[in-house]
Design a protein around this ligand. Structure first.
Ligand code: NAP
Length: 231
């Protein structure tokens, strides 16, 4: 079996760079994608220690996604990790909503992962493992929503979960497993300093889930500790 190849979006900081650290440390080949490689100092430090190739990628830009697919060429991608995401910069309370910002959140968190999956599905299908893991959120859960608010972010991650289930159905015949993951509340720029988990702790759990997420587990929403998360 050849070396496992992993592709991570939003790889320059937070959970994304922790995924790069994890898989590069495990001896995998990693395609680390970020909007501005020239400013990705944490990623550069990680990249020096392993088989890491850095690519520019803005998941809201179709040309950028096509350029990435062209750069990957015919190399198989065992694990595609759609990690890039935004919480939204504008207000998301009822009666106080920034609609332009909401649209950007949907383009980034829903359409972005879908476009990346569409552009790279052939590469994933050509690999040994054939996994697409999408970083969702507990805030996607309809069943677990007890506080309201966060309209843009919640709706984007709930929509991403539907994309995951759809992709799982559509890509099953090509042997590709597609899952959604809740990373927990993680100390990053998005999660803030008061969060519960380090990015490395979250990624240690999520990578175990991804390793076990074969076709029989496709179309599911997993907590980083391995149990199913309620839709
Ligand atoms: N932290 C948490 O507690 C938590 C909880 C639940 C879910 N999540 C999810 O986990 C994922 C990673 O979050 P994080 O906490 O690591 O957040 P983060 O520290 O804010 O990092 C977000 C990453 O996404 C990238 N990104 C944003 N827009 C992009 C675009 N258009 N194209 C390409 N990359 C883009 C950012 O790149 P730039 O540096 O260029 O902005 C950055 O690398 C997200 O999907 C998030 O929703 C996080």
């Amino acid at each position: 079996m050849s070396k496992t190849t992993v592709l991570v979006t939003g790889a320059n900081r937070g959970i994304g760079v922790a995924f790069v650290r994890h898989y590069a440390g495990a001896g995998c080949r990693v395609h680390a994608c970020c909007r501005a490689p020239e400013h990705a100092s944490a990623l550069r430090d990680t990249a020096m220690t392993g088989d890491v190739v850095v690519h520019p990628l803005d998941v809201t830009d179709m040309t950028s996604i096509h350029d990435l697919a062209a750069a990957i060429d015919d190399e198989p991608v065992d694990i595609l990790i759609n990690n890039a995401g935004i919480g939204g910069a504008g207000p998301q309370r009822f009666g106080h909503t920034d609609y332009d910002d909401w649209e950007l959140v949907l383009r980034t968190n829903v359409i972005g992962p879908y476009r990346v999956a569409e552009a790279l599905a052939d590469r994933v299908a050509a690999s040994d493992m054939k996994r697409i893991a999408n970083i969702s959120s507990g805030m996607a859960s309809l069943a677990d929503n007890r506080s309201g608010g966060s309209y843009a972010y919640r709706s984007s991650k709930a929509a991403l979960n539907m994309v995951v289930v759809n992709l799982a159905r559509d890509l099953a015949e090509r042997g590709i497993s597609v899952i959604a993951l809740c990373p927990g509340w993680v100390i990053t720029d998005m999660g803030g300093p008061g969060a519960e988990l380090t990015a490395d702790e979250s990624v240690a759990g999520m990578s175990r889930v991804i390793a076990g997420a074969d076709l029989a587990h496709s179309g599911r929403f997993y907590h980083h500790e391995g149990h199913l998360f309620p839709w």
